[in-house]
Design a protein around this ligand. Structure first.
Ligand code: BV8
Ligand code: ZN
Length: 247
């Protein structure tokens, strides 16, 4: 993999860096991605599951899907890509990590103040009173958890299609994209908006935008550089260049 002089120089000097991650960064941990041949969506259609109406129509099915994903997520561990970003955050003064993932792996790898655009599978809340549910047990008989205060239906704290992103989170992510010198987009097919807008915002504000992905995406042609390969191999390489700066 060839790293350009420009990227090498920025890795040594940049003091403002913004990173957007997608499902691809968790692939090497064993978490399925959404699109692509073996992707989650190949078996299930997002409109059938990841939207509020589908949930209200069939909460059992949607809970079954999220419990299946929650089980996987709890069984896997962060991979070198997650750890490289957690370490990079310690070396860059103004560092913002924005993720589309709901798998909690960045937090488990030690990243701080992660901007979770699409929520987090470890959190759930009551759709009637909004109370966050602590650790909920979904028993086989009671497939859909109900609120301990008002008995309302509990839903995963995840942003479904057609839903607004959490208050203020996308704004903070856009601010970071606007002010950064270096923007990395890692492991995302860049088809879901408004998340996919962030690399383009960074680009429009003069940042050097680098894509790290297994394949080219819909925005590759608009970016300065695409490094094709595994995030778990490439990100540790980029971190090494930053670490050299320290000596
Ligand atoms: C909103 C639920 C506004 C959580 C998800 C028409 C055109 C444009 C936009 C729209 C449109 N119609 C509707 C929209 C808006 C819609 C959208 O963007 N739809 C797309 C599909 C067309 N967006 C929304 O609805 C958003 N809300 O816009 O509200 C609004 C305005 C007014 C009033 C009300 C609302 C909400 C978006 C959030 C949706 N939730 N999922 C869950 O169950 O997880 S989206 C889902 O896709 C996931 O959350 C995931 O995060 C997201 C993006 O997927 P990726 O992370 O990119 O994963 P993917 O598999 O696609 O790609 C992985 C990549 O990694 C691949 O390229 C692969 O090659 C690579 N890879 C694999 N292995 C590796 C690797 N790379 C590196 N290393 C490896 N080892
Ligand atoms: Zn309630």
């Amino acid at each position: 993999m060839v790293i350009s002089h420009k990227l090498r120089a920025l890795l040594k000097t940049a003091e403002s860096v913004c990173v957007l991650t997608g499902a691809g960064i968790s692939a090497e941990s064993g978490v399925e991605t959404f699109r692509g041949s073996k992707g989650l969506w190949s078996k299930l259609k997002p409109e059938e599951l990841a939207n509020f109406n589908a949930f209200m129509r069939n909460p059992e099915l949607v809970w079954e899907w999220y419990n299946y994903r929650k089980k996987i997520v709890q069984e896997v561990t962060p991979n070198p890509a997650h750890y490289a970003l957690a370490r990079l955050q310690e070396l860059v003064k103004d560092f913002t990590l924005v993720t589309q993932n709901i798998d909690n792996l960045h937090i488990r790898a030690g990243s701080k103040e992660v901007l979770e655009l699409h929520g987090n599978i470890e959190r759930s809340y009551c759709i009637s009173c909004g109370k966050f549910a602590e650790h909920i047990e979904v028993t086989p008989e009671k497939k859909v958890p109900h609120c301990s205060s008002c008995n309302g239906i509990i839903r995963p704290d995840i942003v479904w299609f057609g839903e607004m992103l959490p208050e203020g989170v996308f704004e903070s992510a856009s601010d970071a994209a606007e002010r950064c010198e270096l923007f990395l987009t890692v492991g995302t097919s860049a088809v879901v908006y408004p998340a996919a807008q962030l690399p383009l915002t960074a680009q429009a504000h003069g940042a050097y935008v680098v894509e790290i992905n297994m394949e080219r995406t819909e925005i590759s042609h608009r970016l300065q550089e695409t490094l094709l390969g595994k995030a778990g191999e490439i990100l540790p390489e980029l971190l090494k260049i930053r670490e050299e700066k320290k000596e």
